[in-house]
Ligand binder design. Structure first.
Ligand SMILES: *Cc1c(COP(=O)(O)O)cnc(C)c1O
Length: 395
């Protein structure tokens, strides 16, 4: 099997598992308990916090553990909204291609009286700091722009956007779930006020994440209860997952340079191979993209059929995001970069793992070529396109 869906989730690394096991079987005390056994758990918790902070160039006090990327995104937006509302600022800037954890929270805030401006995304899947600068108003409470897109892999100019926001005195949050462990992150140099990450996207376990919030930002609680996480996130800490996430982030951050170089070479080979398929197009910028991400649209292809036939060949891939694949709506990300509905339906995302081999890359190219040709062969749409009864959308 070739697992090429690492943007959906990743395998827990050996290092993460090794860090988790003792927390499950030996140091299983409650970090809030006062006896020494509980305090050992507390020490592991604070050790994980310090290690994660170091990977982001943050202070441990700025790290809050959550149940994952979605919760961190919700808490960041709720925090900015509460702080803004106190000052009469009820305008939020974001983009049309954010993850649903952001977009659906923004929908909820809109119902509560906030005004949301979604920046247009350029066809290459990027926005500019200048667009942000031109959209900021005196009543803007927050700018939230994702670091790297989960579908098309484009990497935004986060440091430039951060600088604009800092200069104008507006809070800046970034959903860095796809970036953490895959790209260098420095919250200070990049002027990031709040940042979300999720353990299971970089070989940590599922159900754990981090909200970084710069010193001085009072987080708004989403979950009320005990005094864990300095009163900002009630509930007994998921220490095994947190310890695993810290080990995974440390490991992937340490190996960033080598894996990036190898993956970029393999990604570009894959892009070159798939570009040979007629009437296909790469989605997202060719350079400003995650080393692991390849995303194409193929004309006259149904993404779902493509995935099922690739599955028969032992390939795990995705079409649109996991959240949209259950529905018939085309991906909001592909629509945001201007792909027409019928083309957006024929999309394929391959997200590579660090251990993928060159032979596997060749197998992926060969398999996608075969499956696309097979499906087109029996497609009435393909026939009428070739007979000139219908116009091709893609060159
Ligand atoms: C996966 C993902 C999330 C959600 O993270 P969970 O830990 O699964 O809740 C949020 N944003 C992006 C960009 C993601 O890829």
């Amino acid at each position: 099997m070739i697992y090429a869906d690492n943007a959906a989730t990743t395998k827990v690394s050996e290092a993460a598992l090794a860090a988790m096991l003792p927390c499950l079987t030996q140091v299983y005390g409650n970090p809030s308990s006062l006896y020494a056994f509980g305090q050992s758990a507390k020490e592991l918790l604070e050790d994980a916090r310090a290690r994660i902070a170091r990977c982001l160039n943050a202070d441990p006090k700025e790290i809050t553990f959550t149940s994952g990327g979605s919760e961190a995104d919700n808490q960041a937006l709720r925090t900015a909204a509460a702080l803004g509302a106190k000052k009469g600022k009820k305008h939020i800037i974001s983009t049309a291609f954010e993850h649903h954890a952001i977009l659906h929270t923004l929908d909820a805030l809109k119902k509560e009286g906030f005004e949301i401006t979604l920046l247009d995304v350029h066809e290459n899947g990027l926005i500019t700091a200048q667009q942000v600068a031109e959209t900021i108003r005196p009543d803007t409470a927050l700018v939230t722009v994702m670091f790297a897109n989960n579908e098309i892999g484009t990497v935004q100019p986060i440091a430039e956007i951060g600088a604009v926001c800092r200069e104008k005195g507006v809070l800046f949050h970034t959903d860095a779930v796809q970036a953490a462990g895959h790209l260098p992150i420095d919250v200070q140099a990049m002027h990031i006020d709040m940042l979300s990450l999720s353990g299971h996207k970089f070989h940590g376990p599922k159900g754990t994440g981090v909200l970084y919030a710069r010193k001085g930002i009072r987080l708004e609680s989403l979950i009320y209860g005990g005094a864990q996480e300095r009163n900002k996130r009630a509930g007994t800490e998921n220490l095994p997952a947190i310890a695993g996430m810290a080990a995974a982030l440390e490991e992937s951050t340490a190996h960033l340079g080598e894996t990036t170089e190898k993956l970029i070479r393999q990604r570009d080979r894959l892009i070159k191979g798939l570009s040979e398929i007629p009437h296909s197009i790469l989605n997202g910028d060719a350079v400003h993209r995650l080393p692991s991400n390849v995303n194409f649209c193929f004309e006259a292809i149904e993404g779902e059929s493509l995935l099922l036939l690739l599955d028969d060949k032992g390939i795990c891939a995705s079409s649109g995001s996991a959240c949209t694949s259950g529905s018939l709506d085309p991906s909001h990300v592909l629509l945001a970069i201007g792909r027409p509905h019928e083309v957006a339906h024929g999309s394929l995302r391959l997200s590579l793992g660090e251990d993928i081999t060159d032979d596997e890359i060749e197998y992926l190219i060969q398999s996608v070529k075969e499956v696309v040709a097979y499906l087109r062969n029996m497609s009435p749409v393909w026939r009428s396109l070739n007979e000139g009864k219908q116009q091709f959308v893609l060159p």
